[in-house]
Design a protein around this ligand. Structure first.
Ligand SMILES: Nc1ncnc2c1ncn2[C@@H]1O[C@H](COP(=O)(O)OP(=O)(O)OP(=O)(O)O)[C@@H](O)[C@H]1O
Ligand SMILES: [Mg+2]
Length: 267
Protein backbone atom coordinates (compact mmCIF):
# COMPACT_ATOMS: atom_id res chain seq x y z
CA UNK A 1 0.00 0.00 0.00
CA UNK A 2 1.27 3.48 -0.82
CA UNK A 3 1.83 5.59 2.31
CA UNK A 4 1.18 9.35 2.38
CA UNK A 5 4.29 11.48 2.17
CA UNK A 6 2.67 13.96 4.54
CA UNK A 7 -0.08 13.28 7.04
CA UNK A 8 -1.72 16.01 9.07
CA UNK A 9 -3.94 14.45 11.72
CA UNK A 10 -6.48 16.45 13.72
CA UNK A 11 -4.14 19.43 13.75
CA UNK A 12 -5.00 21.98 16.37
CA UNK A 13 -3.00 25.18 16.71
CA UNK A 14 -3.66 27.82 19.34
CA UNK A 15 -1.62 31.00 19.51
CA UNK A 16 -1.27 33.42 22.38
CA UNK A 17 -1.82 37.08 21.50
CA UNK A 18 0.20 39.89 23.02
CA UNK A 19 -2.64 40.66 25.46
CA UNK A 20 -2.36 37.10 26.77
CA UNK A 21 -5.59 35.77 25.24
CA UNK A 22 -5.41 32.45 23.45
CA UNK A 23 -6.69 32.24 19.85
CA UNK A 24 -7.59 28.93 18.39
CA UNK A 25 -6.42 29.08 14.77
CA UNK A 26 -7.02 25.57 13.51
CA UNK A 27 -9.56 23.43 15.32
CA UNK A 28 -9.30 20.12 13.54
CA UNK A 29 -7.46 19.87 10.23
CA UNK A 30 -6.59 16.52 8.71
CA UNK A 31 -5.12 15.80 5.30
CA UNK A 32 -3.01 13.20 3.57
CA UNK A 33 -0.68 14.13 0.74
CA UNK A 34 0.23 11.13 -1.39
CA UNK A 35 3.55 10.86 -3.25
CA UNK A 36 3.54 13.06 -6.38
CA UNK A 37 0.11 14.44 -5.58
CA UNK A 38 -0.69 18.12 -6.17
CA UNK A 39 -3.07 19.49 -3.54
CA UNK A 40 -4.15 23.09 -3.02
CA UNK A 41 -5.66 24.73 0.03
CA UNK A 42 -8.04 27.66 -0.31
CA UNK A 43 -10.07 29.40 2.37
CA UNK A 44 -10.94 32.76 3.89
CA UNK A 45 -8.20 35.15 4.92
CA UNK A 46 -7.10 34.44 8.48
CA UNK A 47 -8.36 30.84 8.39
CA UNK A 48 -4.93 29.52 9.32
CA UNK A 49 -3.55 28.43 5.93
CA UNK A 50 -0.08 29.82 6.60
CA UNK A 51 -0.22 28.42 10.14
CA UNK A 52 -1.09 25.01 8.70
CA UNK A 53 1.88 25.10 6.30
CA UNK A 54 4.19 26.21 9.10
CA UNK A 55 3.08 23.30 11.25
CA UNK A 56 3.41 20.90 8.32
CA UNK A 57 6.99 22.13 7.88
CA UNK A 58 7.85 21.70 11.56
CA UNK A 59 8.10 25.47 12.10
CA UNK A 60 5.09 25.74 14.41
CA UNK A 61 4.51 22.97 16.98
CA UNK A 62 0.85 21.89 17.07
CA UNK A 63 -1.17 22.34 20.25
CA UNK A 64 -2.93 19.09 19.42
CA UNK A 65 -2.87 16.41 16.74
CA UNK A 66 0.11 15.28 14.74
CA UNK A 67 2.09 15.89 11.58
CA UNK A 68 3.90 12.95 10.01
CA UNK A 69 6.46 13.23 7.21
CA UNK A 70 7.00 9.84 5.55
CA UNK A 71 5.53 8.25 8.66
CA UNK A 72 7.77 10.05 11.18
CA UNK A 73 6.48 12.80 13.52
CA UNK A 74 7.72 16.22 12.40
CA UNK A 75 9.67 18.21 14.99
CA UNK A 76 11.91 20.31 12.74
CA UNK A 77 11.95 21.05 8.98
CA UNK A 78 12.39 17.53 7.60
CA UNK A 79 15.06 16.75 5.03
CA UNK A 80 13.12 16.19 1.84
CA UNK A 81 10.72 19.07 2.46
CA UNK A 82 11.17 22.44 0.74
CA UNK A 83 9.20 25.64 1.14
CA UNK A 84 8.54 28.62 -1.12
CA UNK A 85 7.00 31.66 0.55
CA UNK A 86 5.01 34.50 -0.95
CA UNK A 87 7.52 37.25 -0.42
CA UNK A 88 10.29 36.53 -2.89
CA UNK A 89 12.03 39.75 -1.92
CA UNK A 90 12.43 38.38 1.60
CA UNK A 91 13.12 34.76 0.71
CA UNK A 92 16.40 35.27 -1.19
CA UNK A 93 19.59 36.50 0.49
CA UNK A 94 20.34 39.89 -1.13
CA UNK A 95 24.07 39.60 -0.46
CA UNK A 96 24.40 36.30 -2.35
CA UNK A 97 24.36 35.84 -6.12
CA UNK A 98 21.48 33.87 -7.63
CA UNK A 99 23.76 30.82 -8.02
CA UNK A 100 24.86 31.01 -4.38
CA UNK A 101 21.26 31.48 -3.23
CA UNK A 102 20.24 28.33 -5.07
CA UNK A 103 23.31 26.49 -3.71
CA UNK A 104 21.99 27.08 -0.17
CA UNK A 105 19.38 24.43 -0.98
CA UNK A 106 22.13 21.93 -1.82
CA UNK A 107 24.68 22.88 0.84
CA UNK A 108 25.17 19.31 1.99
CA UNK A 109 26.36 18.02 -1.39
CA UNK A 110 30.01 17.78 -2.50
CA UNK A 111 31.10 20.87 -4.49
CA UNK A 112 31.08 19.30 -7.97
CA UNK A 113 27.70 17.73 -7.53
CA UNK A 114 26.37 20.93 -5.98
CA UNK A 115 27.49 23.05 -8.94
CA UNK A 116 25.94 20.58 -11.34
CA UNK A 117 22.63 20.57 -9.44
CA UNK A 118 22.54 24.38 -9.22
CA UNK A 119 23.06 24.70 -13.01
CA UNK A 120 20.37 22.12 -13.68
CA UNK A 121 17.90 23.78 -11.30
CA UNK A 122 18.50 27.23 -12.82
CA UNK A 123 18.07 25.82 -16.34
CA UNK A 124 14.80 24.18 -15.28
CA UNK A 125 13.31 27.49 -14.19
CA UNK A 126 14.67 29.38 -17.21
CA UNK A 127 17.43 31.24 -15.36
CA UNK A 128 20.45 29.78 -17.11
CA UNK A 129 23.12 32.46 -17.39
CA UNK A 130 21.86 34.40 -14.35
CA UNK A 131 24.08 32.61 -11.79
CA UNK A 132 26.20 35.67 -11.07
CA UNK A 133 23.41 38.23 -10.87
CA UNK A 134 22.13 39.44 -7.53
CA UNK A 135 18.44 39.04 -6.58
CA UNK A 136 17.87 42.80 -6.73
CA UNK A 137 19.02 42.77 -10.37
CA UNK A 138 16.12 40.46 -11.30
CA UNK A 139 12.39 41.07 -11.82
CA UNK A 140 9.93 39.78 -9.22
CA UNK A 141 8.99 36.79 -11.36
CA UNK A 142 12.65 35.91 -11.89
CA UNK A 143 13.33 36.13 -8.17
CA UNK A 144 10.45 33.78 -7.49
CA UNK A 145 11.88 31.39 -10.11
CA UNK A 146 15.22 31.54 -8.27
CA UNK A 147 13.40 30.72 -5.02
CA UNK A 148 11.80 27.75 -6.79
CA UNK A 149 15.18 26.59 -8.09
CA UNK A 150 16.54 26.75 -4.53
CA UNK A 151 13.60 24.70 -3.27
CA UNK A 152 14.04 22.10 -6.01
CA UNK A 153 17.79 21.68 -5.91
CA UNK A 154 17.65 19.30 -2.95
CA UNK A 155 15.30 16.91 -4.82
CA UNK A 156 12.56 17.19 -2.16
CA UNK A 157 9.73 14.73 -1.84
CA UNK A 158 7.40 17.60 -0.83
CA UNK A 159 7.22 21.19 -1.92
CA UNK A 160 5.13 23.50 0.29
CA UNK A 161 4.16 26.81 -1.28
CA UNK A 162 2.39 29.68 0.47
CA UNK A 163 0.86 32.00 -2.13
CA UNK A 164 4.06 31.93 -4.13
CA UNK A 165 2.72 33.98 -7.05
CA UNK A 166 0.61 36.54 -5.23
CA UNK A 167 3.02 39.43 -5.78
CA UNK A 168 3.54 39.14 -9.53
CA UNK A 169 1.44 40.33 -12.47
CA UNK A 170 -1.16 38.04 -14.06
CA UNK A 171 0.91 37.06 -17.10
CA UNK A 172 3.99 36.25 -15.01
CA UNK A 173 1.77 34.34 -12.64
CA UNK A 174 0.46 32.12 -15.45
CA UNK A 175 4.00 31.56 -16.61
CA UNK A 176 5.19 30.63 -13.10
CA UNK A 177 2.26 28.22 -12.70
CA UNK A 178 3.46 26.46 -15.83
CA UNK A 179 7.06 26.41 -14.58
CA UNK A 180 5.83 24.65 -11.42
CA UNK A 181 3.66 22.25 -13.42
CA UNK A 182 6.58 21.35 -15.69
CA UNK A 183 8.92 20.79 -12.71
CA UNK A 184 6.29 18.74 -10.94
CA UNK A 185 5.52 16.52 -13.94
CA UNK A 186 9.20 15.83 -14.58
CA UNK A 187 9.91 14.97 -10.95
CA UNK A 188 8.36 12.85 -8.24
CA UNK A 189 7.67 15.42 -5.54
CA UNK A 190 4.26 16.20 -4.06
CA UNK A 191 2.98 19.75 -3.73
CA UNK A 192 0.87 21.40 -1.04
CA UNK A 193 -0.02 24.86 -2.31
CA UNK A 194 -1.85 27.63 -0.47
CA UNK A 195 -3.49 30.10 -2.81
CA UNK A 196 -6.25 32.70 -2.81
CA UNK A 197 -6.81 32.14 -6.49
CA UNK A 198 -9.47 29.47 -7.05
CA UNK A 199 -8.65 29.23 -10.78
CA UNK A 200 -4.99 28.66 -10.00
CA UNK A 201 -5.85 25.94 -7.47
CA UNK A 202 -8.01 24.13 -10.03
CA UNK A 203 -5.60 24.58 -12.93
CA UNK A 204 -2.72 23.03 -10.99
CA UNK A 205 -4.19 20.48 -8.62
CA UNK A 206 -5.40 16.93 -8.27
CA UNK A 207 -7.50 17.97 -5.26
CA UNK A 208 -8.55 21.26 -3.70
CA UNK A 209 -9.25 21.50 0.03
CA UNK A 210 -11.46 24.29 1.30
CA UNK A 211 -10.75 25.47 4.84
CA UNK A 212 -13.45 27.01 7.01
CA UNK A 213 -12.94 30.34 8.74
CA UNK A 214 -11.01 30.31 12.01
CA UNK A 215 -10.90 28.09 14.03
CA UNK A 216 -10.56 26.06 10.89
CA UNK A 217 -11.52 22.61 9.76
CA UNK A 218 -11.51 21.13 6.26
CA UNK A 219 -14.95 22.09 4.94
CA UNK A 220 -14.75 20.37 1.58
CA UNK A 221 -12.53 18.42 -0.73
CA UNK A 222 -13.02 18.82 -4.47
CA UNK A 223 -11.39 16.32 -6.79
CA UNK A 224 -10.10 17.97 -9.96
CA UNK A 225 -10.82 15.53 -12.75
CA UNK A 226 -9.30 17.59 -15.59
CA UNK A 227 -6.96 15.66 -17.81
CA UNK A 228 -3.22 16.28 -17.85
CA UNK A 229 -1.08 17.69 -19.33
CA UNK A 230 -2.90 20.97 -18.78
CA UNK A 231 -2.35 24.26 -20.51
CA UNK A 232 -3.52 27.74 -19.63
CA UNK A 233 -5.88 28.36 -22.53
CA UNK A 234 -7.10 24.86 -23.35
CA UNK A 235 -7.69 23.75 -19.76
CA UNK A 236 -9.18 26.98 -18.50
CA UNK A 237 -11.66 27.17 -21.39
CA UNK A 238 -13.15 23.73 -20.74
CA UNK A 239 -16.75 23.56 -19.49
CA UNK A 240 -15.60 21.24 -16.69
CA UNK A 241 -13.12 23.88 -15.52
CA UNK A 242 -15.96 26.40 -15.19
CA UNK A 243 -18.09 23.87 -13.23
CA UNK A 244 -15.24 23.11 -10.83
CA UNK A 245 -14.50 26.82 -10.47
CA UNK A 246 -18.13 27.52 -9.51
CA UNK A 247 -18.17 24.59 -7.08
CA UNK A 248 -14.98 25.61 -5.24
CA UNK A 249 -15.91 29.29 -5.23
CA UNK A 250 -19.31 28.50 -3.77
CA UNK A 251 -17.68 26.55 -0.95
CA UNK A 252 -15.15 29.30 -0.23
CA UNK A 253 -17.94 31.87 -0.12
CA UNK A 254 -19.97 29.60 2.16
CA UNK A 255 -16.94 29.38 4.46
CA UNK A 256 -16.80 33.18 4.55
CA UNK A 257 -20.57 33.45 5.22
CA UNK A 258 -20.31 30.95 8.09
CA UNK A 259 -17.80 33.24 9.75
CA UNK A 260 -19.89 36.38 9.44
CA UNK A 261 -23.54 36.13 10.54
CA UNK A 262 -26.38 37.99 8.84
CA UNK A 263 -25.99 40.87 11.31
CA UNK A 264 -22.31 41.12 10.43
CA UNK A 265 -21.06 39.67 13.73
CA UNK A 266 -18.21 37.27 13.59
CA UNK A 267 -19.18 34.00 15.30
N1 LIG B 1 2.33 34.62 15.98
C1 LIG B 1 1.02 34.80 16.10
N2 LIG B 1 0.45 35.10 17.28
C2 LIG B 1 -0.89 35.26 17.41
N3 LIG B 1 -1.74 35.16 16.37
C3 LIG B 1 -1.25 34.88 15.16
C4 LIG B 1 0.17 34.68 14.95
N4 LIG B 1 0.35 34.39 13.63
C5 LIG B 1 -0.88 34.42 13.08
N5 LIG B 1 -1.82 34.71 13.98
C6 LIG B 1 -3.26 34.82 13.74
O1 LIG B 1 -3.68 33.56 13.28
C7 LIG B 1 -4.71 33.71 12.31
C8 LIG B 1 -4.40 32.85 11.13
O2 LIG B 1 -3.26 33.37 10.49
P1 LIG B 1 -2.69 32.76 9.14
O3 LIG B 1 -1.63 33.67 8.71
O4 LIG B 1 -2.36 31.33 9.34
O5 LIG B 1 -3.98 32.85 8.20
P2 LIG B 1 -4.06 32.70 6.63
O6 LIG B 1 -5.21 31.79 6.34
O7 LIG B 1 -2.73 32.32 6.07
O8 LIG B 1 -4.44 34.18 6.19
P3 LIG B 1 -4.16 34.92 4.79
O9 LIG B 1 -5.11 34.30 3.81
O10 LIG B 1 -4.50 36.34 5.07
O11 LIG B 1 -2.71 34.70 4.44
C9 LIG B 1 -4.80 35.19 12.02
O12 LIG B 1 -5.94 35.69 12.66
C10 LIG B 1 -3.58 35.78 12.63
O13 LIG B 1 -3.84 37.06 13.15
MG1 LIG C 1 -1.37 33.27 4.81
Amino acid sequence: MVEPVLSVRNLQVSLRSRDGSVNQITKDVSLDLMPHEFVSIVGPSGSGKTTLLRSAAGLRPPSGGQVLFEGTPVTDVPKGLSIVFQEYNKSLFPWLSVGKNVAVGARELPVDEKNQKVSEALAHVGLKGFENRYPWELSGGMQQRAALARAMVSDPSILLMDEPFASVDALTRNHLEDVVLALWSESKFAVLLVTHDVGEAIYLSDRVLVLSARPSTVLAEVKIDLERPRNQIGTRSQARFAELHAEVLERVEAAGRLAVGIDGHVD
